[in-house]
Design a protein around this ligand. Structure first.
Ligand code: ZN
Length: 501
Protein backbone atom coordinates (compact mmCIF):
# COMPACT_ATOMS: atom_id res chain seq x y z
CA UNK A 1 0.00 0.00 0.00
CA UNK A 2 1.35 3.24 -0.78
CA UNK A 3 2.05 5.31 2.15
CA UNK A 4 -0.82 7.53 2.65
CA UNK A 5 0.06 10.94 1.69
CA UNK A 6 0.46 12.93 4.83
CA UNK A 7 -2.23 15.46 5.35
CA UNK A 8 -0.79 18.86 4.64
CA UNK A 9 -0.04 20.62 7.87
CA UNK A 10 -1.68 23.93 7.80
CA UNK A 11 0.90 26.63 8.05
CA UNK A 12 0.72 29.49 10.47
CA UNK A 13 0.02 31.69 7.50
CA UNK A 14 -3.24 29.90 6.83
CA UNK A 15 -4.15 29.78 10.49
CA UNK A 16 -3.60 33.51 10.75
CA UNK A 17 -5.37 34.37 7.56
CA UNK A 18 -8.95 34.48 8.85
CA UNK A 19 -7.84 36.52 11.87
CA UNK A 20 -5.95 38.92 9.63
CA UNK A 21 -8.93 39.25 7.38
CA UNK A 22 -11.15 40.01 10.33
CA UNK A 23 -8.64 42.50 11.69
CA UNK A 24 -8.38 44.22 8.33
CA UNK A 25 -12.14 44.32 8.08
CA UNK A 26 -12.17 45.83 11.55
CA UNK A 27 -9.60 48.42 10.54
CA UNK A 28 -11.57 49.25 7.43
CA UNK A 29 -14.67 49.66 9.52
CA UNK A 30 -12.73 51.79 11.95
CA UNK A 31 -11.43 53.70 8.94
CA UNK A 32 -14.96 54.31 7.79
CA UNK A 33 -15.77 55.63 11.24
CA UNK A 34 -12.79 57.98 11.02
CA UNK A 35 -13.93 59.19 7.63
CA UNK A 36 -17.36 60.03 9.02
CA UNK A 37 -16.66 61.41 12.50
CA UNK A 38 -19.52 61.98 14.90
CA UNK A 39 -20.25 65.73 15.04
CA UNK A 40 -18.34 67.47 17.86
CA UNK A 41 -20.55 68.27 20.84
CA UNK A 42 -22.02 71.77 20.56
CA UNK A 43 -20.20 73.95 23.14
CA UNK A 44 -23.28 76.19 23.25
CA UNK A 45 -25.80 73.34 23.67
CA UNK A 46 -26.89 74.45 27.16
CA UNK A 47 -27.46 78.02 25.94
CA UNK A 48 -29.22 77.22 22.63
CA UNK A 49 -32.72 77.81 24.05
CA UNK A 50 -31.77 81.49 24.42
CA UNK A 51 -29.96 81.90 21.09
CA UNK A 52 -31.56 82.57 17.73
CA UNK A 53 -31.44 79.61 15.32
CA UNK A 54 -28.14 79.53 13.44
CA UNK A 55 -26.29 81.58 16.09
CA UNK A 56 -22.56 80.93 15.89
CA UNK A 57 -19.36 82.11 17.52
CA UNK A 58 -15.84 82.03 16.14
CA UNK A 59 -13.40 79.84 18.14
CA UNK A 60 -11.71 83.06 19.36
CA UNK A 61 -15.04 84.50 20.55
CA UNK A 62 -15.93 81.25 22.30
CA UNK A 63 -12.53 80.98 24.03
CA UNK A 64 -12.80 84.52 25.41
CA UNK A 65 -16.28 84.16 26.93
CA UNK A 66 -16.76 83.97 30.68
CA UNK A 67 -19.30 81.49 32.07
CA UNK A 68 -21.34 82.34 35.14
CA UNK A 69 -23.44 79.78 36.97
CA UNK A 70 -25.53 81.46 39.68
CA UNK A 71 -28.10 80.25 42.19
CA UNK A 72 -30.07 82.85 44.09
CA UNK A 73 -32.86 82.62 46.65
CA UNK A 74 -34.99 85.76 46.72
CA UNK A 75 -36.96 86.34 49.93
CA UNK A 76 -39.34 89.13 48.97
CA UNK A 77 -40.88 89.39 52.45
CA UNK A 78 -37.43 89.97 53.97
CA UNK A 79 -36.19 92.32 51.17
CA UNK A 80 -33.14 90.07 50.88
CA UNK A 81 -31.46 87.38 48.85
CA UNK A 82 -28.59 84.94 49.19
CA UNK A 83 -26.70 83.13 46.49
CA UNK A 84 -23.62 81.46 45.14
CA UNK A 85 -21.82 81.85 41.87
CA UNK A 86 -19.27 79.88 39.94
CA UNK A 87 -17.30 81.68 37.28
CA UNK A 88 -15.25 79.94 34.62
CA UNK A 89 -12.72 82.59 33.73
CA UNK A 90 -10.37 82.34 30.75
CA UNK A 91 -7.28 84.42 31.50
CA UNK A 92 -6.79 86.62 28.45
CA UNK A 93 -4.36 89.47 27.86
CA UNK A 94 -0.61 89.39 28.20
CA UNK A 95 0.06 89.73 31.91
CA UNK A 96 -0.65 87.20 34.69
CA UNK A 97 -3.36 88.24 37.15
CA UNK A 98 -2.17 88.64 40.73
CA UNK A 99 -5.65 89.15 42.10
CA UNK A 100 -9.26 89.35 40.99
CA UNK A 101 -11.78 92.13 41.51
CA UNK A 102 -15.53 91.64 41.56
CA UNK A 103 -17.94 94.57 41.71
CA UNK A 104 -20.64 94.67 44.39
CA UNK A 105 -22.91 97.27 42.79
CA UNK A 106 -25.72 96.94 45.35
CA UNK A 107 -23.35 98.84 47.69
CA UNK A 108 -23.33 101.92 45.42
CA UNK A 109 -25.07 104.88 47.10
CA UNK A 110 -27.56 105.16 44.25
CA UNK A 111 -28.42 101.45 44.66
CA UNK A 112 -28.80 101.74 48.43
CA UNK A 113 -28.43 98.02 49.17
CA UNK A 114 -25.99 96.22 51.43
CA UNK A 115 -24.10 93.28 50.03
CA UNK A 116 -21.51 91.04 51.63
CA UNK A 117 -19.39 88.16 50.41
CA UNK A 118 -19.49 85.04 52.59
CA UNK A 119 -16.60 83.08 51.13
CA UNK A 120 -14.42 82.77 48.06
CA UNK A 121 -12.48 79.96 46.39
CA UNK A 122 -10.22 79.98 43.35
CA UNK A 123 -9.44 76.66 41.67
CA UNK A 124 -10.86 74.86 44.69
CA UNK A 125 -8.72 76.69 47.26
CA UNK A 126 -10.22 79.06 49.83
CA UNK A 127 -8.82 82.56 49.31
CA UNK A 128 -8.80 85.73 51.40
CA UNK A 129 -10.85 88.66 50.26
CA UNK A 130 -11.11 92.36 51.17
CA UNK A 131 -13.59 95.07 50.26
CA UNK A 132 -12.41 97.98 48.13
CA UNK A 133 -13.78 101.04 46.28
CA UNK A 134 -16.06 102.06 49.17
CA UNK A 135 -17.45 98.56 49.41
CA UNK A 136 -18.45 98.45 45.73
CA UNK A 137 -15.70 95.93 44.94
CA UNK A 138 -14.13 92.90 46.56
CA UNK A 139 -10.53 91.85 45.95
CA UNK A 140 -9.67 88.16 45.94
CA UNK A 141 -6.07 87.42 46.90
CA UNK A 142 -4.57 84.59 44.85
CA UNK A 143 -2.14 81.97 46.15
CA UNK A 144 -0.39 82.05 42.75
CA UNK A 145 -0.79 84.35 39.73
CA UNK A 146 -3.22 83.21 37.04
CA UNK A 147 -1.31 82.84 33.78
CA UNK A 148 -2.59 84.04 30.39
CA UNK A 149 -4.00 81.09 28.47
CA UNK A 150 -5.16 79.28 31.62
CA UNK A 151 -8.75 78.97 32.84
CA UNK A 152 -9.62 79.76 36.46
CA UNK A 153 -12.61 78.50 38.42
CA UNK A 154 -13.92 81.03 40.92
CA UNK A 155 -16.60 80.37 43.54
CA UNK A 156 -18.24 83.04 45.69
CA UNK A 157 -21.15 83.15 48.10
CA UNK A 158 -23.03 86.38 48.69
CA UNK A 159 -25.93 87.92 50.58
CA UNK A 160 -27.68 91.21 50.09
CA UNK A 161 -30.58 93.34 51.25
CA UNK A 162 -32.45 95.80 49.06
CA UNK A 163 -34.01 99.14 49.99
CA UNK A 164 -37.73 99.96 50.04
CA UNK A 165 -38.50 103.17 48.15
CA UNK A 166 -41.47 105.50 47.95
CA UNK A 167 -43.37 105.48 44.64
CA UNK A 168 -41.80 107.99 42.24
CA UNK A 169 -38.25 107.41 43.57
CA UNK A 170 -35.73 106.33 40.89
CA UNK A 171 -35.21 102.72 41.99
CA UNK A 172 -32.64 100.89 39.89
CA UNK A 173 -32.14 98.44 42.78
CA UNK A 174 -34.78 97.70 45.38
CA UNK A 175 -38.51 97.64 45.81
CA UNK A 176 -40.91 100.37 44.76
CA UNK A 177 -44.37 100.48 43.21
CA UNK A 178 -44.81 96.75 44.00
CA UNK A 179 -41.85 95.86 41.76
CA UNK A 180 -38.54 94.44 42.98
CA UNK A 181 -35.71 95.52 40.68
CA UNK A 182 -32.52 93.46 41.07
CA UNK A 183 -30.12 94.88 38.51
CA UNK A 184 -26.44 93.90 38.86
CA UNK A 185 -27.40 91.93 41.96
CA UNK A 186 -24.48 89.45 42.08
CA UNK A 187 -20.70 89.89 42.31
CA UNK A 188 -19.59 90.53 38.72
CA UNK A 189 -16.02 90.48 37.49
CA UNK A 190 -14.82 94.09 37.13
CA UNK A 191 -13.98 95.43 33.68
CA UNK A 192 -10.36 96.05 32.79
CA UNK A 193 -8.57 98.85 30.95
CA UNK A 194 -5.46 97.11 29.66
CA UNK A 195 -4.00 95.58 32.82
CA UNK A 196 -5.87 97.97 35.14
CA UNK A 197 -9.08 96.95 36.89
CA UNK A 198 -11.91 99.45 36.45
CA UNK A 199 -13.01 100.25 40.00
CA UNK A 200 -14.69 103.62 39.33
CA UNK A 201 -17.47 104.53 41.69
CA UNK A 202 -20.14 105.28 39.12
CA UNK A 203 -21.85 108.65 38.93
CA UNK A 204 -25.63 108.32 39.29
CA UNK A 205 -25.84 109.95 35.82
CA UNK A 206 -24.26 107.08 33.96
CA UNK A 207 -24.05 103.29 33.84
CA UNK A 208 -22.40 101.40 36.70
CA UNK A 209 -19.46 100.02 34.74
CA UNK A 210 -18.62 97.74 31.84
CA UNK A 211 -18.24 93.98 31.72
CA UNK A 212 -16.87 91.17 29.60
CA UNK A 213 -19.45 89.15 27.69
CA UNK A 214 -20.41 85.94 29.48
CA UNK A 215 -22.65 82.91 29.15
CA UNK A 216 -25.13 82.60 31.99
CA UNK A 217 -26.98 79.82 33.78
CA UNK A 218 -29.03 81.20 36.65
CA UNK A 219 -31.43 79.46 39.01
CA UNK A 220 -33.79 81.81 40.83
CA UNK A 221 -35.85 80.56 43.77
CA UNK A 222 -38.62 83.00 44.74
CA UNK A 223 -42.15 82.96 46.12
CA UNK A 224 -44.38 81.30 43.51
CA UNK A 225 -46.79 84.27 43.33
CA UNK A 226 -44.03 86.49 41.90
CA UNK A 227 -43.95 87.02 38.12
CA UNK A 228 -40.30 87.10 37.04
CA UNK A 229 -38.83 89.13 34.20
CA UNK A 230 -35.19 88.25 33.62
CA UNK A 231 -32.35 88.29 31.17
CA UNK A 232 -32.41 85.16 29.02
CA UNK A 233 -34.91 82.35 28.59
CA UNK A 234 -36.56 80.36 31.38
CA UNK A 235 -35.91 76.71 30.55
CA UNK A 236 -37.54 75.05 33.58
CA UNK A 237 -39.83 76.14 36.40
CA UNK A 238 -40.65 73.95 39.39
CA UNK A 239 -43.20 74.97 41.99
CA UNK A 240 -42.73 73.30 45.38
CA UNK A 241 -45.48 72.54 47.89
CA UNK A 242 -44.05 75.14 50.31
CA UNK A 243 -44.98 78.00 47.95
CA UNK A 244 -41.54 78.59 46.44
CA UNK A 245 -40.76 78.27 42.75
CA UNK A 246 -37.38 77.52 41.16
CA UNK A 247 -36.85 78.94 37.67
CA UNK A 248 -33.76 78.13 35.65
CA UNK A 249 -32.58 80.62 33.03
CA UNK A 250 -29.95 80.42 30.35
CA UNK A 251 -28.52 83.34 28.43
CA UNK A 252 -25.52 84.13 26.46
CA UNK A 253 -23.34 85.83 25.51
CA UNK A 254 -24.36 88.87 27.55
CA UNK A 255 -22.83 91.68 29.57
CA UNK A 256 -24.97 91.21 32.70
CA UNK A 257 -27.86 89.26 34.15
CA UNK A 258 -30.84 91.18 35.54
CA UNK A 259 -33.98 90.14 37.38
CA UNK A 260 -37.26 91.90 38.23
CA UNK A 261 -40.14 90.50 40.24
CA UNK A 262 -43.68 91.63 40.84
CA UNK A 263 -46.82 89.75 41.86
CA UNK A 264 -48.73 92.24 39.68
CA UNK A 265 -46.89 91.97 36.36
CA UNK A 266 -49.08 91.13 33.40
CA UNK A 267 -47.64 90.24 30.00
CA UNK A 268 -48.40 90.53 26.35
CA UNK A 269 -46.18 89.11 23.64
CA UNK A 270 -45.51 89.22 19.92
CA UNK A 271 -42.87 88.01 17.48
CA UNK A 272 -40.20 90.12 15.73
CA UNK A 273 -38.13 88.35 13.07
CA UNK A 274 -38.53 85.07 14.93
CA UNK A 275 -37.73 86.50 18.38
CA UNK A 276 -40.38 86.34 21.10
CA UNK A 277 -40.88 89.86 22.49
CA UNK A 278 -42.63 90.06 25.86
CA UNK A 279 -43.96 93.25 27.45
CA UNK A 280 -44.29 93.24 31.28
CA UNK A 281 -46.52 95.93 32.81
CA UNK A 282 -48.80 96.68 35.74
CA UNK A 283 -52.48 95.97 35.01
CA UNK A 284 -53.57 99.63 35.23
CA UNK A 285 -51.07 100.46 32.43
CA UNK A 286 -52.05 97.67 30.02
CA UNK A 287 -52.67 99.99 27.06
CA UNK A 288 -49.18 101.50 27.38
CA UNK A 289 -47.77 97.99 27.87
CA UNK A 290 -49.30 97.11 24.52
CA UNK A 291 -47.72 100.18 22.87
CA UNK A 292 -44.33 99.40 24.43
CA UNK A 293 -44.55 95.89 22.95
CA UNK A 294 -45.14 97.09 19.41
CA UNK A 295 -42.53 99.86 19.62
CA UNK A 296 -40.06 97.19 20.71
CA UNK A 297 -41.08 94.86 17.88
CA UNK A 298 -40.77 97.61 15.25
CA UNK A 299 -37.40 98.87 16.51
CA UNK A 300 -35.98 95.36 16.82
CA UNK A 301 -36.90 94.75 13.17
CA UNK A 302 -35.49 98.08 11.93
CA UNK A 303 -32.20 97.60 13.81
CA UNK A 304 -31.86 93.97 12.69
CA UNK A 305 -32.11 95.23 9.09
CA UNK A 306 -29.65 98.06 9.68
CA UNK A 307 -27.01 96.58 11.98
CA UNK A 308 -27.29 92.77 11.80
CA UNK A 309 -29.52 90.15 13.43
CA UNK A 310 -30.65 90.28 17.03
CA UNK A 311 -28.77 87.41 18.71
CA UNK A 312 -31.40 85.96 21.05
CA UNK A 313 -34.74 84.19 20.89
CA UNK A 314 -36.36 86.53 23.40
CA UNK A 315 -36.45 90.18 24.40
CA UNK A 316 -38.36 91.66 27.34
CA UNK A 317 -39.61 95.23 27.75
CA UNK A 318 -40.33 95.76 31.42
CA UNK A 319 -42.13 98.52 33.33
CA UNK A 320 -39.76 99.43 36.17
CA UNK A 321 -39.69 101.97 39.01
CA UNK A 322 -37.28 104.28 37.11
CA UNK A 323 -39.53 107.41 37.02
CA UNK A 324 -39.42 108.45 33.32
CA UNK A 325 -35.93 107.02 32.63
CA UNK A 326 -34.90 103.77 30.98
CA UNK A 327 -32.04 101.33 31.46
CA UNK A 328 -30.65 98.71 29.12
CA UNK A 329 -29.78 95.14 29.97
CA UNK A 330 -29.06 92.20 27.67
CA UNK A 331 -32.33 91.04 26.14
CA UNK A 332 -34.18 93.17 28.70
CA UNK A 333 -35.12 96.84 28.41
CA UNK A 334 -36.30 98.60 31.56
CA UNK A 335 -38.75 101.44 30.95
CA UNK A 336 -39.70 103.92 33.68
CA UNK A 337 -43.22 103.43 35.01
CA UNK A 338 -44.15 107.11 34.46
CA UNK A 339 -43.70 106.58 30.71
CA UNK A 340 -46.72 104.25 30.96
CA UNK A 341 -48.98 107.01 32.29
CA UNK A 342 -48.11 110.65 32.96
CA UNK A 343 -45.20 110.72 30.48
CA UNK A 344 -46.84 108.47 27.88
CA UNK A 345 -45.68 110.82 25.09
CA UNK A 346 -42.06 109.81 25.83
CA UNK A 347 -42.71 106.03 25.81
CA UNK A 348 -42.07 105.28 22.14
CA UNK A 349 -38.74 107.09 21.89
CA UNK A 350 -37.53 105.66 25.19
CA UNK A 351 -38.30 102.06 24.17
CA UNK A 352 -36.66 102.65 20.80
CA UNK A 353 -33.52 104.09 22.44
CA UNK A 354 -33.19 101.19 24.92
CA UNK A 355 -33.71 98.52 22.23
CA UNK A 356 -30.79 100.04 20.26
CA UNK A 357 -28.55 99.21 23.24
CA UNK A 358 -29.03 95.53 22.35
CA UNK A 359 -26.42 96.37 19.69
CA UNK A 360 -24.51 99.27 21.29
CA UNK A 361 -23.53 98.11 24.80
CA UNK A 362 -24.54 94.46 24.71
CA UNK A 363 -23.21 93.07 21.41
CA UNK A 364 -20.53 95.72 20.96
CA UNK A 365 -19.30 96.55 24.45
CA UNK A 366 -17.54 99.78 25.37
CA UNK A 367 -16.22 101.52 28.46
CA UNK A 368 -19.47 103.22 29.51
CA UNK A 369 -17.81 105.20 32.30
CA UNK A 370 -14.89 106.63 30.34
CA UNK A 371 -16.52 106.84 26.87
CA UNK A 372 -20.28 107.08 27.37
CA UNK A 373 -20.78 108.68 23.92
CA UNK A 374 -19.80 105.49 22.16
CA UNK A 375 -22.89 103.55 23.26
CA UNK A 376 -25.25 106.39 24.26
CA UNK A 377 -24.64 108.55 21.19
CA UNK A 378 -25.05 105.58 18.90
CA UNK A 379 -28.16 104.24 20.69
CA UNK A 380 -29.65 107.71 20.43
CA UNK A 381 -28.73 108.09 16.73
CA UNK A 382 -30.20 104.64 16.00
CA UNK A 383 -33.61 106.24 16.61
CA UNK A 384 -33.07 108.10 13.33
CA UNK A 385 -33.23 104.76 11.47
CA UNK A 386 -36.32 103.81 13.44
CA UNK A 387 -38.07 107.06 12.51
CA UNK A 388 -37.07 106.66 8.88
CA UNK A 389 -38.23 103.04 8.76
CA UNK A 390 -41.45 103.38 10.73
CA UNK A 391 -42.61 106.97 10.24
CA UNK A 392 -40.74 108.22 7.15
CA UNK A 393 -37.91 110.62 6.29
CA UNK A 394 -39.76 113.75 7.49
CA UNK A 395 -40.08 112.22 10.98
CA UNK A 396 -36.37 111.37 10.99
CA UNK A 397 -35.46 114.95 9.97
CA UNK A 398 -37.74 116.33 12.66
CA UNK A 399 -36.07 114.13 15.28
CA UNK A 400 -32.70 115.51 14.28
CA UNK A 401 -33.84 119.14 14.35
CA UNK A 402 -36.00 119.10 17.47
CA UNK A 403 -34.55 116.47 19.74
CA UNK A 404 -30.86 117.00 19.00
CA UNK A 405 -30.04 120.25 17.14
CA UNK A 406 -32.40 122.47 19.13
CA UNK A 407 -31.35 120.98 22.48
CA UNK A 408 -27.64 121.22 21.69
CA UNK A 409 -28.02 124.86 20.54
CA UNK A 410 -29.93 125.79 23.71
CA UNK A 411 -27.27 124.09 25.81
CA UNK A 412 -24.52 126.05 24.02
CA UNK A 413 -26.39 129.31 24.68
CA UNK A 414 -26.24 128.50 28.38
CA UNK A 415 -22.45 128.23 28.01
CA UNK A 416 -22.45 124.47 28.70
CA UNK A 417 -21.25 123.19 25.34
CA UNK A 418 -18.44 120.60 25.39
CA UNK A 419 -17.01 117.82 23.24
CA UNK A 420 -18.69 114.42 23.50
CA UNK A 421 -15.62 112.33 24.37
CA UNK A 422 -15.31 112.91 28.13
CA UNK A 423 -15.97 110.50 31.01
CA UNK A 424 -19.43 110.69 32.62
CA UNK A 425 -18.06 112.34 35.78
CA UNK A 426 -16.63 115.34 33.87
CA UNK A 427 -19.98 116.66 32.64
CA UNK A 428 -22.21 119.00 34.60
CA UNK A 429 -25.33 117.18 35.71
CA UNK A 430 -27.74 119.30 33.69
CA UNK A 431 -25.69 119.09 30.47
CA UNK A 432 -24.73 115.40 30.47
CA UNK A 433 -27.61 114.01 28.47
CA UNK A 434 -27.76 116.89 26.01
CA UNK A 435 -24.07 116.52 25.17
CA UNK A 436 -23.45 112.78 25.36
CA UNK A 437 -26.83 111.69 23.94
CA UNK A 438 -27.98 114.67 21.85
CA UNK A 439 -24.67 116.00 20.56
CA UNK A 440 -23.43 112.41 20.42
CA UNK A 441 -26.29 111.57 18.05
CA UNK A 442 -25.54 114.70 16.00
CA UNK A 443 -21.93 113.59 15.68
CA UNK A 444 -23.06 110.29 14.13
CA UNK A 445 -25.51 112.21 11.91
CA UNK A 446 -22.63 114.44 10.75
CA UNK A 447 -20.36 111.43 10.19
CA UNK A 448 -23.13 109.91 8.05
CA UNK A 449 -23.41 113.16 6.04
CA UNK A 450 -19.60 113.06 5.55
CA UNK A 451 -19.33 109.38 4.60
CA UNK A 452 -22.57 108.94 2.68
CA UNK A 453 -25.47 106.69 3.59
CA UNK A 454 -24.07 103.44 2.19
CA UNK A 455 -20.58 103.77 3.63
CA UNK A 456 -22.06 104.70 7.02
CA UNK A 457 -24.28 101.62 7.01
CA UNK A 458 -21.25 99.52 6.12
CA UNK A 459 -19.35 101.12 9.01
CA UNK A 460 -22.02 100.19 11.56
CA UNK A 461 -22.47 96.65 10.26
CA UNK A 462 -18.69 96.08 10.22
CA UNK A 463 -18.40 97.60 13.70
CA UNK A 464 -20.88 94.99 15.00
CA UNK A 465 -19.20 92.12 13.14
CA UNK A 466 -15.69 93.02 14.23
CA UNK A 467 -16.34 93.96 17.86
CA UNK A 468 -19.32 91.75 18.74
CA UNK A 469 -18.85 90.38 22.32
CA UNK A 470 -15.71 92.52 22.73
CA UNK A 471 -15.00 95.96 24.19
CA UNK A 472 -14.46 98.58 21.48
CA UNK A 473 -12.57 101.82 22.13
CA UNK A 474 -13.11 105.25 20.53
CA UNK A 475 -9.87 104.64 18.61
CA UNK A 476 -11.21 101.32 17.30
CA UNK A 477 -14.28 103.15 16.02
CA UNK A 478 -12.30 105.99 14.39
CA UNK A 479 -9.83 103.61 12.74
CA UNK A 480 -12.71 101.55 11.34
CA UNK A 481 -14.56 104.66 10.12
CA UNK A 482 -11.41 105.79 8.30
CA UNK A 483 -10.92 102.30 6.87
CA UNK A 484 -14.48 102.23 5.49
CA UNK A 485 -14.38 105.87 4.31
CA UNK A 486 -10.94 105.35 2.79
CA UNK A 487 -9.67 108.66 4.16
CA UNK A 488 -8.55 110.54 7.24
CA UNK A 489 -11.39 111.68 9.49
CA UNK A 490 -9.13 113.06 12.22
CA UNK A 491 -10.40 116.64 11.94
CA UNK A 492 -14.03 115.60 12.42
CA UNK A 493 -13.22 113.40 15.43
CA UNK A 494 -11.04 116.13 16.98
CA UNK A 495 -13.77 118.74 16.57
CA UNK A 496 -16.61 116.64 18.02
CA UNK A 497 -15.07 113.98 20.22
CA UNK A 498 -11.62 114.71 21.53
CA UNK A 499 -11.49 118.49 21.35
CA UNK A 500 -8.39 120.31 20.16
CA UNK A 501 -5.82 121.43 22.70
ZN1 ZN B 1 -29.02 104.79 26.69
Amino acid sequence: MPQPRPMPVPTMRWLLAPTLALTLAGLLLAGCTLLKPAPAPDPLAVYRPALRPGFTLTPAQLDALLRYSITVQVDVAASAYTGTLELTLPITGTAPLNGLYFRLYPNLKQFGGSMTVGGARVDGKTVNFAYDAEGTAVHLALPAPLKPGSIAQVWLSFASKWPQREPGYYTIFGQSEEIVSLTNFYPILAGRRGNQWALDIASPLGDVGFHDAALYQVQVTAPADQVLAATGVAVTRTVAADGWAATRYVQGPAREFTLLLSPRFQTEEAVAYGARVVSYFLPEDAAAGHSALYNAVASLEVYSDQFGLYPYREMAVVQAPLTFHGMEFPGLDLIGSQDYNQHLDALEMLVVHEVAHQWWYNQVGSDQTANPWLDEGLAEFSMYFYQQGRHGQAAADLLRRQRWEAAVAANAQRGLDATIGKPVAEYPRDAYETIVYGKGALFFATLRDEMGEQAFQKLLRTYVERYRWRIATPTDFRVLAEEVAGRDLGALFRKWVEGSE
